[in-house]
Ligand binder design. Structure first.
Ligand code: FE2
Length: 531
């Protein structure tokens, strides 16, 4: 009898302990996303059991095991990390964590990214998930629903429905230093993050940029990103070179980060294997349009010229708790502002500025003070959904509305689109920003030596392209000043001149590219009169 009571007591005790054995599951990229991943969790240490087939929670059936490689943590939370390597690209992996107390986690799975730049990819970019500051239980910051954390949870639920291939998180998780209750805040953040897991156990990998509410090494300690807290990744074998910068380090005087960034951009420019796109994430905007409209002069002086020189096309910012997307833009002559780029492929689109639930702030530059390089701005909870192919990058902003009514994407294909009834931001200049690439700008001929001519250059009804000789093949593309491709045509018969009706071609300043049989590309700038 005594033994029985003891056994029951032991069983009860072990059940109580084992319930909290492992928790707070996360995935992070810190190396090649096609072949590696970091699985992170809190609580007991343990071993990953994984494989290509789903054995549920029957851990001993999985063919591979991997012990945790590192134990870290911060703010009273212990984190364990297993860095899986040697994975197959574009493949589903199922896993459980068998902890040291003998308890098995639920069965999770993830998909490795592709190593083929011809495969599309879709990701979510956003940040600023912190709660509002409250005094005696009342919010003194603007949390419209009365609870900022509720909106962060809505965003997390949307992640599970959208099933992006990964998330580029742009910083500011919790309040941190201000409330000094960081263990509870981080624990609540990690608990809420579990809402991003789909009902069938799919975890989404994340890349991280450090925000100003994170202490140095917090992100390294919580998610196992590299120690320096700045790094770059090759997405889909060169479809995207993605840079995660640390805006808590001075852009000019932190030589370590600046040299690394410069070298990495140089190494990935002008080679036979250049990435199709270069994108950058960091937390504090170079020129914030929310908050107090702050300018980060160091970033304007030391990052922006580099990004412009090496062909970065998209920058994802956060921090000011509002929303913007810009036209393709460049640093202005005096270096204190941006201006719309003359050539769309020459400028950078800036999106942000962190509204994953955090307290709302007004747009600083409005009316007569509105910034001309900003295409649209607003204040509402949202993140960006970005789909990238070799030819085109499409950016949309998903509002945290009708969350329970949004359909779930059901497949795990890379590059899948949004659920059809997701609520999109639809400002005056349209509900998406599209980045396109000219046919081949690197082979653009010198203006004075152009073989082709186009007339008239101020267009009303039609234009004529004079190839300057009889040709049998050419490709023609026309882009708007926003970088949107609005016309394509292939010439595949003998001709010297070609007339194009302008009915369906873009308005305003346009760029016409002609790729000839010999691979040479020539460009012409046109001004199209509105009808
Ligand atoms: Fe911030």
């Amino acid at each position: 009898m005594k033994t029985l009571i003891l056994s029951i007591a032991f069983l009860l005790l072990s059940t109580m302990i084992s319930h909290a054995a492992t928790e707070h599951y996360t995935l992070a990229f810190r190396d090649d996303p096609a072949t590696t991943i970091v699985i992170g969790w809190s609580g007991d240490n343990g071993t990953i059991h994984y494989g290509l087939a789903d054995f549920g929670t029957n851990y001993s059936s999985y063919p591979y095991t991997h012990n945790s490689d590192r134990t870290g943590g911060a703010h009273g939370i212990t984190r364990h990390f297993a860095r899986l390597t040697g994975l197959n690209p574009n493949t589903l992996y199922y896993f459980v964590i068998q902890d040291d107390a003998g308890q098995t986690s639920q069965r999770f799975y993830f998909r490795t990214l592709s190593d083929d730049r011809n495969d599309p990819v879709s990701f979510i970019s956003g940040g600023d998930t912190r709660d509002g500051f409250s005094l005696f239980g009342a919010y003194i910051e603007n949390c419209p629903s009365g609870d900022c954390v509720e909106k962060r949870r809505d965003g997390n639920k949307l992640v599970a429905k959208i099933r992006p291939d990964f998330i580029a998180f742009t910083g500011d998780f919790v309040m941190n230093q201000i409330t000094s209750n960081t263990q509870n805040e981080w624990s609540s953040w990690l608990n809420d993050w579990q809402l991003t897991i789909t009902p069938d156990g799919r975890l989404t990998p994340v890349t991280f940029s450090r925000g100003n509410h994170e202490d140095m090494f917090d992100v390294h300690e919580m998610f196992d990103i590299p120690y320096d807290e700045y790094y770059s990744l090759n997405i889909h074998g060169g479809l995207i070179r993605l840079y995660m910068l640390n805006s808590e380090l001075d852009a000019c005087t932190d030589i370590g980060q600046l040299n690394w960034f410069t070298n990495d951009l140089q190494t990935n420019t002008g080679t036979a294997n250049d990435p199709e796109w270069k994108f950058v994430t960091y937390h504090v905007p170079t020129l914030a349009i929310g908050k107090d409209g702050d300018l980060r002069q160091d970033q304007m002086d030391c990052w922006v010229p580099l990004m412009e020189q090496y062909g970065v096309r998209l920058v994802m910012e956060s921090d000011s708790h509002s929303t913007k997307w810009t036209y393709p833009s460049k640093k202005n002559a005096t270096g204190d502002d941006f201006e719309v780029a003359q050539q769309p492929f020459d400028g950078i689109v800036y999106i942000g500025e962190g509204q994953w639930g955090a307290p709302h702030r007004d747009i600083y530059y409005t009316g007569a003070n509105a910034k001309l390089f900003v295409r649209d701005a607003g204040t509402f909870d949202n993140f960006f959904f970005i789909r990238v192919t070799k030819e085109e990058t499409t950016i949309q902003s998903v509002k945290f509305e009708n969350v329970n009514g949004v359909f779930s994407i059901l497949d795990n294909e890379l590059g899948t689109g949004l659920p059809s009834n997701a609520v999109l931001w639809n400002p005056p200049n349209g509900n998406q920003v599209v980045l396109t690439k000219p046919i081949n700008t690197s082979s653009l001929g010198e203006k004075e030596l152009l073989a082709t001519s186009v007339y008239p250059t101020i267009v009303e009804d039609e234009i004529t392209i004079d190839f300057g000789r009889e040709i049998s093949a050419a490709e023609i593309e026309v882009y708007s000043s926003l970088g949107k491709r609005c016309y394509t045509k292939r010439v595949d018969q003998l001709t010297e001149k070609l007339t194009i009706q302008w009915d369906e071609v873009c308005q305003g300043i346009c760029y016409l590219y002609i790729k000839m049989e010999d691979g040479k590309t020539e460009s012409h700038r046109l001004v199209v009169q509105g009808k």
